[in-house]
Ligand binder design. Structure first.
Ligand code: XMP
Length: 322
């Protein structure tokens, strides 16, 4: 298998790249149709616009509501893309994902369950219904690097692990931005006319909020981390950080509420400075911001009695907790 050839942001000519990739997609799909999943992240948004440019109505775009997304995300993203002329169909697959995640606590098992549910269960059916032979997706080079290095199984990497999607799921996968890293993808997004709120959007992992729940990702525990995520995204929006997140820990700790013992939940906050997610350092947030976060997390997120801030660099940490 050939190694993927990187295109650095310095070497990237957005106009030429877009023309070349749109041409390649159109030639591969030919008279057929393709489908893709939009999550609202930078990578899948860019691939949606590229696919739309290449295929027009021959591309069918779905937003898979896996129950693990941020608050109001499915509706908000579908509406935004409608404004850009792209029709997005929301697929309610919440039950499929929570069933698959039931009882799982190991990080790689959780990632694998999400992968299988997404590609085999949900997409397998959509492909059959639509009779498409191709799935377009926004794998980037960092996803491949980390999967091959055995650090984290990124949910969207197959070929490099010796998995043939055609055999495993019944369709081929096209990855138009696989030679780029995040900064390159942002440049393409801008050139494609995406709004800045999208092309400069903070990265968000494929396994979504399940990557931020240590231990079992039940709908109740996802809801806790979803509420914490609203707070962190409001409070840290003004920072120039690469990415920030709230993580729900599995262990409980003793706290006190209204003079009584409360064996409660712990939220860990991470906020990263990084160029391309390969290395990262914690942002030096002010104590005022940290105190505000602690105050809001313990009053607005039910059951939280402890809030911590991660001060470890990547490596040896990774950015997400699982
Ligand atoms: P880590 O935790 O590996 O994260 O240091 C590096 C960057 O990748 C994002 N991330 C993912 N993105 N699928 C994705 O598309 C995944 O499975 C995944 N896991 C982590 C993470 O949010 C960070 O920006």
């Amino acid at each position: 298998m050939e190694a993927v050839k990187e295109i650095t942001v310095e070497d990237l000519n957005p106009g030429a790249f877009i023309e070349e990739k749109a041409g390649e997609i159109a030639a591969l799909v030919g008279a057929g149709t393709a489908i893709n999943a939009l999550s609202g992240g930078v990578d899948s948004s860019v691939v949606t616009m590229l696919g739309h440019k290449a295929l027009g109505p021959k591309l069918k775009t779905y937003f898979i509501d896996n129950g693990l997304m941020r608050k109001d995300e499915p509706m908000r993203i579908a509406a935004l893309f409608k404004g850009l002329g792209v029709k997005v169909e929301i697929v309610d697959a919440r039950d499929n994902f929570f069933k698959a995640l039931k009882g799982l606590t190991d990080p790689e098992e959780k990632r694998e369950a999400i992968t299988q549910t997404f590609y085999k269960d949900v997409f397998g059916n959509l492909v059959k219904e639509s009779q498409s032979k191709y799935l377009l997706q926004g794998t980037i080079l960092t996803d491949i690097d980390e999967t091959v290095a055995g650090i984290k199984r990124q949910h969207n990497v197959f070929e490099q692990l010796g998995i043939d999607p055609q055999e495993a799921f019944g369709y081929k996968i096209i990855e138009p931005v696989v030679q780029l890293r995040k900064n390159g993808v942002r440049k393409i997004g801008e050139a494609l006319g995406l709004p800045e709120a999208i092309f400069n959007r903070m990265p968000f992992p494929g396994p979504a909020l399940a990557a931020r729940v240590i231990g079992e990702a039940t709908s109740e525990r996802i809801e806790i981390v979803r509420t914490a995520t609203v707070i962190i995204e409001e409070e840290l929006a003004g920072t120039k950080a690469f990415q920030y997140m709230a993580i729900l820990h599995q262990d409980r700790v003793t706290g006190m509420r209204e003079g009584k013992r409360d064996f409660g939940l712990q939220i860990e906050i991470r906020c990263w400075d990084s160029i391309d997610a390969r290395r990262a350092t914690p942002t030096r947030l002010s104590y005022e911001i940290l105190e505000k976060l602690s105050e809001r997390m313990t009053t607005e997120v039910p059951g939280v009695v402890s809030v911590t801030y991660n001060i470890t660099t990547k490596p040896p940490s990774t950015m997400e907790a699982i």
